[in-house]
Design a protein around this ligand. Structure first.
Ligand code: ATP
Length: 395
């Protein structure tokens, strides 16, 4: 287990910045997920931690020990990649033992480590098999085993599940999370899949264009995105966005097809924005059918249904509000029809307000959510840095 610290780390390919001013200090044994769209710099960051890419500026340390000049083989790391390329002519035992043999570990130690890893991963009965005699999930477990036998201080995983089919991915992600809990090694995990990030990470680093947008626990990212980029990236179905004007001394936010009363606590925060245009965001599950006295709503949004998706447990609708497509996740309902006009209420306390120019969040969250996330942000007692960076708009 190690504390991995990156300070002001930058990486350029030619004149193109791939990673800019990356700052992060892991906790010991933490599972850190780097997530973002293709080309945002996730793999480059991981490769710099591994020593496979040089750092142009900034510093990298493991447990306070500078790492920039330490060669890959001396960094006490183990990597698992998307293409796990097992040796086809060696059996599972030999695949697991290979790196240890190269390093001239004693035979008894190799035997001990391989057996331990096989037990941890539940692949003991497969040790005599060749890779072609294994399923995709079993092969991926062998690839993890090759990393485990190294008994590293840091695990680095780059999209290790992307070759697997959807169902296997879900199973393997649970297995990796369990494995991490069992062996407790500090892990950096790269994925472009926000569901994978949300379900696996102790903390998640959301990146875009080489820049960290936010570092936080899954629920903090979900409840308190620092900008509209993070708000739109995290969550499935994604957050809805509309442009609106702050009016009546910040007592309401309105636009074509919607009008929300602003709660007194939020009103204070938005007072300086009176008559300004803002981007508002709200999640599909916070829209509720109207009229319904069971909910405390801030106001309503009116549109026309374009698509009804029966999900089994919910009915999702895609509807247009003044030319803007929105999504609502509603209680199961078989009466909703395409082209039907619809009016939905927005649950109180679930409005996100962003600066229309910079995308930055303008309102703080309701006290309850704040207290929850403050607790969860620091799972191991350390400070939970929330980093925001400018330059993002809803996509
Ligand atoms: P993906 O999910 O597609 O793997 P990523 O977020 O991991 O993307 P990186 O592979 O880190 O992104 O790439 C970041 C940027 O650096 C991209 O613009 C990419 O084109 C560029 N880049 C990466 N490696 C090189 C290289 N060896 N030479 C030149 N440019 C590179």
């Amino acid at each position: 287990m190690a504390v991995v610290k990156l300070e002001n780390v930058c990486k350029y390919f030619g004149s193109t910045p791939a990673v800019r001013d990356f700052n992060l200090e892991s906790h010991e044994g933490e599972f850190v997920v780097l997530v973002g769209p293709s080309g945002c710099g996730k793999s480059t960051t991981l490769r710099m931690i591994a020593g496979l890419e040089d750092i142009d500026s900034g510093t990298l340390s493991f447990d306070g020990r500078p790492m920039q000049d330490v060669p890959v083989q001396d960094r006490e790391i183990a990597m698992v990649f998307q293409s796990y390329a097992l040796y086809p002519h060696r059996n599972v035992f030999e695949n697991l033992a290979f790196a240890l043999k190269l390093r001239r570990f004693p035979k008894a130690e190799i035997e001990r480590r391989v057996r331990n890893a096989a037990r941890t991963l539940d692949i003991e009965p497969l040790l005599e098999r060749k890779p072609r005699e294994l399923s995709g999930g079993q092969r991926q477990r062998v690839a993890l085993g090759r990393a485990i036998v190294r008994e590293p201080a840091v695990f680095l995983m780059d999209e290790p599940l992307s070759n697997l089919d959807a169902k296997l991915r879900v199973n393997m992600r649970a297995e990796i999370a369990k494995l991490h809990r069992r062996i407790g090694v500090t892990t950096f995990y790269v994925t472009h899949d926000q569901v994978e990030a949300m379900t696996m990470g102790d903390r998640i680093v959301v990146m875009n264009g080489g820049v960290i947008q936010q570092i936080a626990t899954p629920l903090t990212l979900y409840d308190e995105p620092v900008n509209s980029y993070v708000a739109g990236f995290i969550g499935n179905p994604p957050m809805n966005f509309l442009s609106g004007e702050v009016g009546e001394a910040a007592g309401r936010i309105h636009g074509p097809g919607f009008e929300f009363r602003v709660e007194p606590s939020l009103q204070q925060q938005l007072a300086r924005l009176d008559r300004r245009e803002v981007t508002i965001g709200f999640r599909p599950e916070h829209l509720k059918p109207q009229p319904d006295d069971a909910y405390s709503v801030m106001g309503t949004v009116r549109g026309t249904i374009e698509l009804v998706e029966q999900m089994g447990s919910t009915t999702d609708i895609r509807f247009m509000v003044d030319g803007h497509p929105l999504i609502a996740e509603l209680p199961r309902d078989q009466t909703l029809q395409i082209k039907q006009p619809i009016e939905l209420g927005l649950l109180a306390g679930h409005l996100h307000v962003f600066d229309s120019e910079t995308g930055e969040r303008l309102n703080v969250v309701a006290p309850k959510a704040s207290a929850d996330s403050a607790r969860s942000d620091s799972p191991r007692g350390g400070p939970g840095p929330a980093v925001s960076a400018a330059g993002s708009r809803p996509g």
